[in-house]
Write a protein that binds this ligand. Sequence first.
Ligand SMILES: [Zn+2]
Ligand SMILES: [Zn+2]
Length: 357
Amino acid sequence: VVRKICARCGRPEEPGRPFIGNLCLECYLEEKGVAKLPGEIEVTICPRCGSLRVQGAWLPPEGSIEETLRAAVEAEILSKAKPNPEVREIWVENIVVRMEDRNRGVARVLLGARFHGGIEARYEAIIPLRVKHVLCPSCLRKAGKAYEAILQLRGEDGRLSDDERREVSRLLRRLPRHLYDTIGEVEEKREGLDLKILDQASARSIASKLRNRLAAKVVETHKVVGRRGGKAKVQTTILVRIPRIREGDIVIYKDRPAVVKGISGNRIILEEAGGRRTSLSGEEFWESGGLEIVGEKEVKVLMVTAITRDLIYLLDMDNYSTLDIPLSKARLAGTLKPGDKVKAVMRSGELHILGKI
Ligand SMILES: [Zn+2]
Ligand SMILES: [Zn+2]
């Protein structure tokens, strides 16, 4: 019988010293632990009621703050820990949380593990803990904290469409935590969304992110809503108007059709027939009264059937009628060959081919 020798400490396998692969259990645990654990755990709790935020939702408190923190750490460990390949399952046996100050502490987590061979072990991990204190929405309301600003999100000509509501909600969810947490209430109105924001600076910052991302127009107004101790109480309203155009739309810019390629840094990027890119700022967009969107009916889907020295022959895929256009009257996107399908718009006697499909 060949007895195993631990590759790390040199001790032999014997009753009471089980092996995992070529290491004794003790060495295995020291080298590898039992699972890949998060390097830090972040927990958000409401300082007033002790509610815990887990993946965006607020859960009611579980007893004392200590117990709440333990529950939060356990949930994090169980969702993020990845057991080692040799480990069949892990569980949490005990958690002790020690706070160094209000925001920082450590969690001592005692894990139990069962290996594939049936061996069981205990492993203690010490994981830094970061606690964020954020008032939960219901405490915000109860505290009666006055919102400093209202962010009104509206459409280009008034009403915000359902698509625009969804798009905006998606962008808001992606805001950095410290900004997202300043949104107290969201009021769904017929004309759009009203967001109540705890402080003015955050409201401005959210508005400016929407401007960069959507080329929105931002207008700030102030109103005295009361007095407290001789001081005027001012409420800020920030109106954020969102252009109707979306990526992929065909619009008319300087009398020519162009495809909206995207919006970033408050600039709308367009591509004309021929592939030439151009852009306009949000300010230019709003000063010019917006961009005309070419209706779907006006956008033709065509197939190139032949190209000669001076003519391009196309088949209209909607009604199978044929077109022959002098090349001098066609603005092409790149090189085309028979069989290519393209999107095109007729405008002032010219065919603008806006890219292949
Ligand atoms: Zn060993
Ligand atoms: Zn609360």
